[in-house]
Ligand binder design. Structure first.
Ligand code: FUB
Length: 449
Protein backbone atom coordinates (compact mmCIF):
# COMPACT_ATOMS: atom_id res chain seq x y z
CA UNK A 1 0.00 0.00 0.00
CA UNK A 2 2.82 2.40 1.01
CA UNK A 3 4.71 1.65 -2.22
CA UNK A 4 1.56 2.23 -4.23
CA UNK A 5 1.06 5.61 -2.59
CA UNK A 6 4.73 6.51 -3.22
CA UNK A 7 4.53 5.44 -6.89
CA UNK A 8 1.35 7.48 -7.29
CA UNK A 9 3.03 10.53 -5.73
CA UNK A 10 6.13 10.19 -7.92
CA UNK A 11 4.06 9.75 -11.09
CA UNK A 12 1.96 12.78 -10.20
CA UNK A 13 5.09 14.87 -9.51
CA UNK A 14 6.68 13.82 -12.82
CA UNK A 15 3.57 14.53 -14.86
CA UNK A 16 2.72 17.87 -13.36
CA UNK A 17 5.98 19.82 -13.01
CA UNK A 18 5.82 22.81 -15.36
CA UNK A 19 2.27 21.88 -16.36
CA UNK A 20 -0.38 24.46 -15.57
CA UNK A 21 -2.45 23.38 -12.58
CA UNK A 22 -6.08 24.42 -12.38
CA UNK A 23 -7.43 24.42 -8.94
CA UNK A 24 -9.59 25.97 -6.27
CA UNK A 25 -8.57 25.03 -2.71
CA UNK A 26 -6.00 23.71 -2.41
CA UNK A 27 -4.72 25.62 -5.43
CA UNK A 28 -1.62 23.50 -5.99
CA UNK A 29 -2.52 19.84 -6.32
CA UNK A 30 0.62 18.49 -8.01
CA UNK A 31 2.73 18.40 -4.86
CA UNK A 32 2.55 19.22 -1.16
CA UNK A 33 3.07 22.94 -0.50
CA UNK A 34 3.01 25.09 2.64
CA UNK A 35 3.82 28.56 4.01
CA UNK A 36 2.75 30.47 0.88
CA UNK A 37 4.18 33.94 0.39
CA UNK A 38 2.34 35.63 -2.46
CA UNK A 39 3.70 38.66 -4.28
CA UNK A 40 2.59 40.62 -7.34
CA UNK A 41 5.43 41.10 -9.82
CA UNK A 42 4.33 42.76 -13.06
CA UNK A 43 0.97 41.40 -14.13
CA UNK A 44 1.25 38.03 -12.37
CA UNK A 45 0.92 36.73 -8.85
CA UNK A 46 3.92 34.65 -7.76
CA UNK A 47 3.66 32.25 -4.86
CA UNK A 48 6.80 31.12 -3.05
CA UNK A 49 5.73 28.24 -0.80
CA UNK A 50 7.65 25.63 1.15
CA UNK A 51 7.69 22.20 -0.46
CA UNK A 52 6.78 19.29 1.82
CA UNK A 53 7.80 15.83 0.67
CA UNK A 54 7.18 12.47 2.32
CA UNK A 55 10.08 11.42 4.57
CA UNK A 56 11.73 8.09 3.87
CA UNK A 57 14.83 6.08 4.71
CA UNK A 58 17.77 8.52 4.51
CA UNK A 59 15.38 11.34 3.73
CA UNK A 60 14.42 13.46 6.72
CA UNK A 61 13.01 12.39 10.08
CA UNK A 62 9.91 10.19 10.03
CA UNK A 63 6.91 12.00 11.49
CA UNK A 64 8.43 15.46 10.99
CA UNK A 65 8.72 18.06 8.20
CA UNK A 66 10.81 17.00 5.23
CA UNK A 67 11.67 19.86 2.86
CA UNK A 68 14.59 19.86 0.45
CA UNK A 69 13.86 22.60 -2.09
CA UNK A 70 11.56 25.40 -3.23
CA UNK A 71 9.42 25.76 -6.34
CA UNK A 72 7.81 29.00 -7.48
CA UNK A 73 4.29 29.13 -8.97
CA UNK A 74 2.61 31.95 -10.85
CA UNK A 75 -0.83 32.89 -12.11
CA UNK A 76 -2.47 35.74 -14.00
CA UNK A 77 -5.97 35.00 -12.71
CA UNK A 78 -5.62 33.10 -9.39
CA UNK A 79 -7.24 30.10 -11.08
CA UNK A 80 -4.61 28.72 -13.46
CA UNK A 81 -1.23 28.17 -11.81
CA UNK A 82 2.08 27.37 -13.50
CA UNK A 83 4.83 25.54 -11.65
CA UNK A 84 8.16 27.09 -12.73
CA UNK A 85 10.13 24.30 -11.09
CA UNK A 86 12.84 24.27 -8.44
CA UNK A 87 14.50 27.61 -7.68
CA UNK A 88 16.65 26.77 -4.64
CA UNK A 89 17.67 23.38 -3.28
CA UNK A 90 19.53 22.31 -0.14
CA UNK A 91 22.33 20.65 -2.14
CA UNK A 92 23.32 23.79 -4.00
CA UNK A 93 23.65 26.38 -1.25
CA UNK A 94 27.25 26.52 0.03
CA UNK A 95 26.41 27.17 3.71
CA UNK A 96 23.49 24.72 4.00
CA UNK A 97 23.67 21.22 5.52
CA UNK A 98 22.74 19.24 2.39
CA UNK A 99 20.81 16.47 4.13
CA UNK A 100 18.91 18.61 6.62
CA UNK A 101 15.60 18.63 4.71
CA UNK A 102 14.72 21.81 6.56
CA UNK A 103 14.05 24.38 3.83
CA UNK A 104 11.24 26.06 5.78
CA UNK A 105 8.97 29.06 5.08
CA UNK A 106 10.49 31.53 2.54
CA UNK A 107 9.75 35.01 1.18
CA UNK A 108 10.70 36.88 -1.98
CA UNK A 109 10.77 40.64 -2.70
CA UNK A 110 11.72 42.88 -5.60
CA UNK A 111 14.18 45.73 -5.08
CA UNK A 112 16.36 47.77 -7.43
CA UNK A 113 15.81 45.47 -10.40
CA UNK A 114 16.55 42.22 -8.50
CA UNK A 115 14.46 39.53 -6.80
CA UNK A 116 15.64 38.59 -3.30
CA UNK A 117 14.56 35.17 -2.05
CA UNK A 118 14.90 34.67 1.74
CA UNK A 119 14.86 31.17 3.18
CA UNK A 120 15.53 29.59 6.59
CA UNK A 121 17.38 26.32 7.01
CA UNK A 122 20.05 24.40 8.91
CA UNK A 123 23.66 25.49 8.38
CA UNK A 124 26.49 23.04 7.66
CA UNK A 125 28.61 24.69 10.33
CA UNK A 126 27.01 24.53 13.76
CA UNK A 127 30.15 25.44 15.71
CA UNK A 128 29.12 29.12 15.94
CA UNK A 129 25.51 28.46 16.91
CA UNK A 130 22.88 25.72 16.72
CA UNK A 131 19.56 26.06 14.94
CA UNK A 132 18.24 27.74 11.86
CA UNK A 133 19.87 30.58 9.91
CA UNK A 134 18.36 32.69 7.15
CA UNK A 135 19.93 32.99 3.72
CA UNK A 136 19.27 35.02 0.57
CA UNK A 137 19.38 34.04 -3.11
CA UNK A 138 19.24 36.72 -5.81
CA UNK A 139 17.78 36.64 -9.31
CA UNK A 140 17.00 38.90 -12.26
CA UNK A 141 13.59 37.32 -12.76
CA UNK A 142 10.93 36.16 -10.26
CA UNK A 143 11.37 32.60 -11.50
CA UNK A 144 15.15 32.65 -11.21
CA UNK A 145 17.77 31.42 -11.73
CA UNK A 146 18.46 32.39 -8.11
CA UNK A 147 22.07 32.68 -7.00
CA UNK A 148 22.46 31.88 -3.29
CA UNK A 149 24.74 34.08 -1.20
CA UNK A 150 27.77 32.23 0.21
CA UNK A 151 26.77 32.74 3.87
CA UNK A 152 23.57 33.30 5.86
CA UNK A 153 22.63 36.80 7.06
CA UNK A 154 24.91 37.81 9.94
CA UNK A 155 23.16 38.34 13.26
CA UNK A 156 19.96 36.51 12.31
CA UNK A 157 19.08 33.21 14.01
CA UNK A 158 15.64 31.74 13.40
CA UNK A 159 12.99 30.82 10.86
CA UNK A 160 10.21 32.29 8.72
CA UNK A 161 11.83 35.36 7.13
CA UNK A 162 9.52 38.09 5.89
CA UNK A 163 10.61 41.33 4.20
CA UNK A 164 8.60 44.52 4.17
CA UNK A 165 9.65 47.59 2.17
CA UNK A 166 8.13 50.78 3.54
CA UNK A 167 6.92 53.74 1.45
CA UNK A 168 10.15 55.63 2.22
CA UNK A 169 12.17 52.78 0.69
CA UNK A 170 13.48 51.36 3.99
CA UNK A 171 13.38 47.57 3.99
CA UNK A 172 12.79 45.52 7.14
CA UNK A 173 13.45 41.85 7.86
CA UNK A 174 11.18 39.98 10.28
CA UNK A 175 11.69 36.46 11.53
CA UNK A 176 10.82 34.22 14.45
CA UNK A 177 12.50 32.09 17.05
CA UNK A 178 10.26 31.80 20.07
CA UNK A 179 9.58 35.54 19.77
CA UNK A 180 9.07 37.59 16.63
CA UNK A 181 11.97 39.88 15.71
CA UNK A 182 12.41 42.76 13.29
CA UNK A 183 15.37 44.80 12.04
CA UNK A 184 16.18 47.26 9.27
CA UNK A 185 17.90 45.87 6.19
CA UNK A 186 20.74 47.58 4.41
CA UNK A 187 20.15 48.98 0.92
CA UNK A 188 21.82 45.83 -0.53
CA UNK A 189 19.05 43.69 1.09
CA UNK A 190 21.69 41.20 2.25
CA UNK A 191 22.67 42.46 5.71
CA UNK A 192 21.03 44.01 8.77
CA UNK A 193 21.21 47.77 9.21
CA UNK A 194 20.04 47.78 12.84
CA UNK A 195 20.11 45.56 15.91
CA UNK A 196 17.27 42.99 15.97
CA UNK A 197 14.31 44.20 18.03
CA UNK A 198 12.01 41.78 19.85
CA UNK A 199 8.43 42.65 18.95
CA UNK A 200 7.46 41.94 22.51
CA UNK A 201 3.90 43.21 22.74
CA UNK A 202 2.49 39.97 21.29
CA UNK A 203 0.95 37.13 23.36
CA UNK A 204 3.54 35.63 25.69
CA UNK A 205 1.95 32.18 26.04
CA UNK A 206 1.86 29.75 23.09
CA UNK A 207 4.17 29.52 20.07
CA UNK A 208 4.27 32.49 17.68
CA UNK A 209 6.00 32.31 14.31
CA UNK A 210 5.58 33.11 10.60
CA UNK A 211 5.46 36.95 10.71
CA UNK A 212 4.01 38.75 7.71
CA UNK A 213 4.04 42.57 7.76
CA UNK A 214 2.25 44.99 5.45
CA UNK A 215 1.01 48.56 5.49
CA UNK A 216 -2.47 49.80 4.63
CA UNK A 217 -3.73 53.37 4.98
CA UNK A 218 -0.92 54.28 7.39
CA UNK A 219 -1.49 51.26 9.65
CA UNK A 220 1.32 48.68 9.92
CA UNK A 221 -0.08 45.17 10.33
CA UNK A 222 2.03 42.43 11.91
CA UNK A 223 0.25 39.16 11.21
CA UNK A 224 1.42 35.85 12.69
CA UNK A 225 0.35 32.28 13.51
CA UNK A 226 -0.07 31.73 17.26
CA UNK A 227 -1.04 28.73 19.38
CA UNK A 228 -3.68 30.19 21.67
CA UNK A 229 -5.32 26.81 22.22
CA UNK A 230 -4.03 23.56 20.70
CA UNK A 231 -2.99 24.41 17.14
CA UNK A 232 -2.02 27.56 15.27
CA UNK A 233 -4.48 30.24 14.32
CA UNK A 234 -3.71 33.44 12.41
CA UNK A 235 -3.72 36.64 14.44
CA UNK A 236 -2.69 40.23 13.93
CA UNK A 237 -1.44 43.31 15.72
CA UNK A 238 -1.13 46.88 14.46
CA UNK A 239 1.18 49.83 14.90
CA UNK A 240 1.95 53.25 13.49
CA UNK A 241 5.50 52.20 12.67
CA UNK A 242 7.11 49.08 11.14
CA UNK A 243 8.96 48.02 14.30
CA UNK A 244 6.14 48.75 16.71
CA UNK A 245 5.15 49.02 19.45
CA UNK A 246 2.26 46.81 18.27
CA UNK A 247 -1.21 46.37 19.77
CA UNK A 248 -2.77 42.93 19.49
CA UNK A 249 -6.03 43.25 17.55
CA UNK A 250 -7.60 39.88 16.85
CA UNK A 251 -7.87 36.67 14.87
CA UNK A 252 -7.70 36.47 11.07
CA UNK A 253 -8.40 32.75 10.81
CA UNK A 254 -9.38 30.22 13.46
CA UNK A 255 -7.59 26.90 13.97
CA UNK A 256 -7.77 24.54 10.99
CA UNK A 257 -10.93 22.39 11.06
CA UNK A 258 -8.82 19.57 9.59
CA UNK A 259 -6.54 19.62 12.65
CA UNK A 260 -3.45 20.80 10.74
CA UNK A 261 -1.16 21.96 13.56
CA UNK A 262 0.57 24.71 11.60
CA UNK A 263 -0.84 27.51 9.57
CA UNK A 264 1.30 30.08 7.76
CA UNK A 265 0.10 32.87 5.56
CA UNK A 266 0.60 36.03 3.56
CA UNK A 267 -1.77 38.77 2.45
CA UNK A 268 -2.00 40.36 -0.96
CA UNK A 269 -3.99 43.11 -2.62
CA UNK A 270 -4.84 42.59 -6.27
CA UNK A 271 -7.16 44.88 -8.22
CA UNK A 272 -8.87 46.26 -5.09
CA UNK A 273 -9.44 42.84 -3.56
CA UNK A 274 -7.40 41.47 -0.66
CA UNK A 275 -6.56 37.79 -0.40
CA UNK A 276 -5.28 35.54 2.36
CA UNK A 277 -2.86 32.79 1.31
CA UNK A 278 -2.51 30.06 3.93
CA UNK A 279 -2.26 26.29 4.26
CA UNK A 280 -4.18 23.26 5.48
CA UNK A 281 -3.45 19.59 4.83
CA UNK A 282 -6.13 18.72 2.25
CA UNK A 283 -4.01 16.22 0.30
CA UNK A 284 -2.79 14.49 3.45
CA UNK A 285 -5.61 14.41 5.98
CA UNK A 286 -3.83 11.83 8.15
CA UNK A 287 -0.44 13.57 8.33
CA UNK A 288 -0.26 17.33 8.86
CA UNK A 289 3.40 17.74 7.86
CA UNK A 290 2.39 17.28 4.21
CA UNK A 291 0.44 20.45 3.63
CA UNK A 292 -1.37 22.26 0.81
CA UNK A 293 -1.70 25.94 0.04
CA UNK A 294 -5.02 27.76 -0.19
CA UNK A 295 -6.41 31.22 -0.99
CA UNK A 296 -9.51 32.96 0.27
CA UNK A 297 -10.77 36.52 0.02
CA UNK A 298 -10.16 38.89 2.91
CA UNK A 299 -11.67 42.26 3.75
CA UNK A 300 -11.19 45.14 6.15
CA UNK A 301 -13.81 46.97 8.21
CA UNK A 302 -13.98 50.78 8.00
CA UNK A 303 -11.80 51.12 11.13
CA UNK A 304 -9.02 49.06 9.51
CA UNK A 305 -9.70 45.87 11.44
CA UNK A 306 -9.43 42.61 9.50
CA UNK A 307 -12.64 40.60 9.15
CA UNK A 308 -12.17 36.95 10.09
CA UNK A 309 -11.67 34.66 7.08
CA UNK A 310 -13.57 31.39 6.91
CA UNK A 311 -11.65 28.75 4.94
CA UNK A 312 -13.48 27.55 1.83
CA UNK A 313 -12.92 24.82 -0.72
CA UNK A 314 -14.15 27.00 -3.57
CA UNK A 315 -11.36 29.48 -2.98
CA UNK A 316 -11.11 32.43 -5.37
CA UNK A 317 -10.99 33.14 -9.10
CA UNK A 318 -13.50 32.32 -11.79
CA UNK A 319 -13.80 28.92 -13.42
CA UNK A 320 -14.22 28.99 -17.20
CA UNK A 321 -17.33 26.94 -18.07
CA UNK A 322 -15.33 25.21 -20.84
CA UNK A 323 -12.80 23.89 -18.32
CA UNK A 324 -13.35 21.01 -15.92
CA UNK A 325 -15.50 22.33 -13.06
CA UNK A 326 -14.54 20.39 -9.95
CA UNK A 327 -17.83 20.37 -8.05
CA UNK A 328 -16.08 18.76 -5.09
CA UNK A 329 -14.46 22.18 -4.40
CA UNK A 330 -17.99 23.40 -3.76
CA UNK A 331 -19.38 26.69 -2.47
CA UNK A 332 -22.15 24.82 -0.63
CA UNK A 333 -22.98 21.17 -0.05
CA UNK A 334 -26.20 19.71 1.33
CA UNK A 335 -25.92 18.37 4.88
CA UNK A 336 -27.39 15.04 3.82
CA UNK A 337 -27.31 12.99 0.65
CA UNK A 338 -23.96 14.26 -0.68
CA UNK A 339 -20.34 13.88 0.36
CA UNK A 340 -16.81 14.45 -0.93
CA UNK A 341 -14.21 11.68 -1.22
CA UNK A 342 -10.81 11.13 -2.84
CA UNK A 343 -11.04 9.63 -6.35
CA UNK A 344 -8.24 7.27 -5.37
CA UNK A 345 -7.40 7.20 -1.65
CA UNK A 346 -4.02 5.65 -2.53
CA UNK A 347 -3.14 8.69 -4.66
CA UNK A 348 -4.69 11.91 -3.28
CA UNK A 349 -3.06 13.91 -6.10
CA UNK A 350 -5.76 12.57 -8.43
CA UNK A 351 -8.22 14.81 -6.60
CA UNK A 352 -11.72 14.42 -5.27
CA UNK A 353 -15.21 13.45 -6.39
CA UNK A 354 -18.73 14.44 -5.34
CA UNK A 355 -20.76 11.45 -4.19
CA UNK A 356 -24.54 11.76 -4.26
CA UNK A 357 -25.58 9.09 -1.81
CA UNK A 358 -29.32 9.51 -1.49
CA UNK A 359 -32.35 11.80 -1.28
CA UNK A 360 -31.79 15.48 -0.64
CA UNK A 361 -28.23 15.60 -1.91
CA UNK A 362 -27.04 18.65 -3.84
CA UNK A 363 -23.92 20.68 -4.51
CA UNK A 364 -23.53 24.31 -5.51
CA UNK A 365 -20.39 25.69 -7.16
CA UNK A 366 -20.08 29.47 -7.60
CA UNK A 367 -18.12 31.64 -10.02
CA UNK A 368 -18.54 29.74 -13.30
CA UNK A 369 -17.85 32.08 -16.22
CA UNK A 370 -19.87 31.43 -19.41
CA UNK A 371 -18.92 33.14 -22.66
CA UNK A 372 -21.63 35.02 -24.62
CA UNK A 373 -22.10 32.05 -26.97
CA UNK A 374 -24.49 29.35 -25.83
CA UNK A 375 -22.66 26.05 -25.23
CA UNK A 376 -24.27 23.14 -27.07
CA UNK A 377 -23.41 20.34 -24.70
CA UNK A 378 -22.60 19.59 -21.10
CA UNK A 379 -20.09 16.87 -20.45
CA UNK A 380 -19.94 15.05 -17.14
CA UNK A 381 -17.43 12.49 -15.86
CA UNK A 382 -19.56 10.28 -13.67
CA UNK A 383 -20.18 6.75 -12.42
CA UNK A 384 -23.31 5.04 -11.11
CA UNK A 385 -23.78 1.35 -10.40
CA UNK A 386 -27.56 1.64 -10.68
CA UNK A 387 -27.83 4.45 -13.24
CA UNK A 388 -29.10 7.93 -12.38
CA UNK A 389 -30.13 11.26 -13.89
CA UNK A 390 -28.54 14.47 -12.68
CA UNK A 391 -30.07 17.90 -13.10
CA UNK A 392 -27.80 20.87 -13.58
CA UNK A 393 -29.49 24.15 -12.74
CA UNK A 394 -28.36 27.74 -12.86
CA UNK A 395 -27.57 29.24 -9.45
CA UNK A 396 -29.93 27.37 -7.07
CA UNK A 397 -32.53 24.64 -6.52
CA UNK A 398 -35.26 26.66 -8.25
CA UNK A 399 -33.03 28.06 -11.03
CA UNK A 400 -33.56 27.26 -14.72
CA UNK A 401 -32.53 23.74 -15.74
CA UNK A 402 -29.38 23.93 -17.87
CA UNK A 403 -29.29 20.21 -18.61
CA UNK A 404 -30.42 16.76 -17.52
CA UNK A 405 -27.69 14.18 -17.79
CA UNK A 406 -28.41 10.48 -17.61
CA UNK A 407 -25.55 8.39 -16.27
CA UNK A 408 -25.99 4.84 -17.58
CA UNK A 409 -25.90 1.87 -15.26
CA UNK A 410 -22.43 0.39 -14.59
CA UNK A 411 -19.85 1.23 -11.94
CA UNK A 412 -17.07 2.50 -14.24
CA UNK A 413 -16.22 6.16 -14.82
CA UNK A 414 -17.64 7.43 -18.11
CA UNK A 415 -17.96 10.74 -19.95
CA UNK A 416 -21.66 11.43 -20.40
CA UNK A 417 -23.08 14.17 -22.62
CA UNK A 418 -26.42 16.01 -22.74
CA UNK A 419 -27.70 19.02 -24.70
CA UNK A 420 -27.76 22.41 -22.96
CA UNK A 421 -31.47 23.32 -22.62
CA UNK A 422 -31.31 26.91 -21.44
CA UNK A 423 -28.54 29.45 -21.13
CA UNK A 424 -27.64 32.83 -19.71
CA UNK A 425 -24.22 34.38 -20.44
CA UNK A 426 -22.18 35.75 -17.56
CA UNK A 427 -20.91 34.40 -14.26
CA UNK A 428 -23.19 32.06 -12.37
CA UNK A 429 -23.27 29.26 -9.85
CA UNK A 430 -24.06 25.71 -10.88
CA UNK A 431 -26.48 23.70 -8.76
CA UNK A 432 -26.28 19.95 -9.33
CA UNK A 433 -28.59 17.33 -7.81
CA UNK A 434 -29.92 13.89 -8.73
CA UNK A 435 -33.39 14.02 -10.25
CA UNK A 436 -35.87 12.34 -7.88
CA UNK A 437 -34.81 9.54 -5.54
CA UNK A 438 -32.57 7.67 -7.90
CA UNK A 439 -29.53 5.54 -7.07
CA UNK A 440 -26.12 6.73 -5.94
CA UNK A 441 -24.03 8.60 -8.48
CA UNK A 442 -20.50 10.00 -8.35
CA UNK A 443 -19.23 13.01 -10.30
CA UNK A 444 -15.60 13.84 -11.02
CA UNK A 445 -16.13 17.04 -13.04
CA UNK A 446 -18.53 18.91 -15.33
CA UNK A 447 -17.72 21.05 -18.34
CA UNK A 448 -19.54 22.82 -21.15
CA UNK A 449 -18.60 22.74 -24.85
O1 FUB B 1 7.02 24.74 7.20
C1 FUB B 1 7.81 24.55 8.33
C2 FUB B 1 7.35 25.45 9.44
O2 FUB B 1 6.00 25.15 9.79
C3 FUB B 1 7.29 26.91 9.07
O3 FUB B 1 8.53 27.52 9.00
C4 FUB B 1 6.38 27.39 10.13
O4 FUB B 1 5.93 28.68 9.93
C5 FUB B 1 5.31 26.34 10.07
O5 FUB B 1 4.40 26.57 9.05
Amino acid sequence: MRNRILCGLLAALFLTTLQPARAQNPFITSQFTADPTARVFGDRVYVYPSHDIPCGPGRGKIGWFCMEDYHVFSSANLTDWTDHGVIVTQNKVPWVKPDSYSMWAPDCVFRNGKYYFYFPTTPRDTTQSKGFRIGVAVADKPTGPFLPQPAPIAGVHGIDPNVFIDKDGQAYLYWSQGEIYGAKLQENMLALASEPKTLGELPTKGLKEGPYVFERKGIYYLTYPHVENKTERLEYATSTSPLGPFTVKGVIMDESPTGCWTNHHSLLQLKNQWYLFYHHNDLSPEFDKNRSVRIDSLSFAADGSIRKVKPTLRGVGLTDARQKIQLDRYSQLSEQGAAIAFLDPANPFRGWKTVFTGPGGWVQYGGVAFSPQKPKTVLLRAASATGATLQIRLNHAAGPILAEVTVPKGGAWQDVKAPVLSFKPGTHALYVAPKSKEGAVEVDWVRFE
